[in-house]
Write a protein that binds this ligand. Structure first.
Ligand code: IPD
Ligand code: CA
Ligand code: CA
Length: 267
């Protein structure tokens, strides 16, 4: 049986995320701070002391609220598969770390909660804009407490954001060819550098679709629930639901243009 997350606990999660947002905002000239940035294996994959600190605060605070939950979080060892049963948090302490290092002011804290493999709560906080997106299963999606919903724009009027799969450059040709095919049919493309915000911007109708190869579960877990609760659609490039806790190449959309964009992606 799936239990609803109480309002009290939801507010507890959101308060913790705001606290983490303040830590992100307190960071200045990260690139010049000695020892603040570490390079992870792979291409252009960085972690900062702020990612680690935010993650510690989130896990500590969430564990106090949900003592039985498992934590699947970007900056920890995730070699064990996320459990299929019970409560499991998917956490990205800073989604958009490269933006954060460059002070691009386009990064977010992302927290998704699954129960028995079903998403039950998700929140994404953009501290630069002071924008908190959240959704609980079956209860709609909200931006700073106000209900949000997807756009109804057709493809020719659509702004579509894309991810360049920066840590998987073997995908570059495919990715850029897909972008080109979609670009030739829509109003324009965008690339913001935070998958969680990309998904939330589809949810609130600023953009109309978003796609990216090989996202990790902490990138999309929260956003996918927010988008579905806002009336949007999320599938893999094969048109299937993503599997909880697994990497996935996903298309998020306002539903109206989902099928056409899927066809362009797969052409
Ligand atoms: C990345 C960002 C980026 C997306 C990458 C993600 P990170 O997350 O969301 O926009 O293109 O696929 O991994 O590494 O900054 O948390
Ligand atoms: Ca991320
Ligand atoms: Ca991250």
């Amino acid at each position: 049986m799936i239990m609803a997350v109480s309002k009290e606990k939801q507010n507890g999660i959101l308060a913790l995320m705001r606290e983490c947002g303040d830590i992100i905002l307190s960071a200045h000239a990260v690139e010049t701070q000695s020892g603040a940035i570490t390079v992870k294996p792979g291409e252009a994959n960085f972690v900062t002391v702020y990612d680690v600190r935010v993650q510690e605060i989130l896990i500590g605070g969430l564990r106090a609220l949900f003592p039985d939950a498992y934590f699947y979080a970007e900056e920890k060892d995730n070699s064990a598969a996320a459990p299929a049963e019970g409560l499991c948090f998917f956490i990205d302490p800073i989604d958009g770390t490269t933006n954060f290092i460059h002070n691009m002011q386009c990064s977010a804290v992302s927290v998704g909660l699954y129960e028995n493999g079903v998403p039950v709560f998700g929140a994404v906080y953009d501290p630069y804009r002071g924008e908190m997106y959240h959704a609980a299963r079956g209860k709609g999606a909200y931006l700073n407490g106000d209900p949000i919903s997807v756009s109804s724009r057709p493809l020719e009027k659509a702004l579509i954001s894309v991810g360049t799969a920066p840590y998987n450059r073997a995908h570059a040709d495919q990715t850029f060819q897909r972008m080109c095919r979609v670009f030739l049919r829509c109003a324009d493309l965008r690339r913001c550098g935070s998958a969680a915000l990309d998904i939330c911007w589809v949810a609130c109708g600023r953009t109309d679709a978003y796609f990216e190869d090989v996202l990790s579960p902490w990138d999309y877990a929260a956003g996918a629930l927010i988008l579905k609760e806002a009336g949007g659609e999320v599938t893999t490039y094969a048109g299937q639901p993503h599997k909880p806790g697994e990497k996935a190449s996903i298309l998020c959309s306002n539903k109206v243009l989902h099928q056409t964009v899927l066809e362009l992606i797969n052409e």
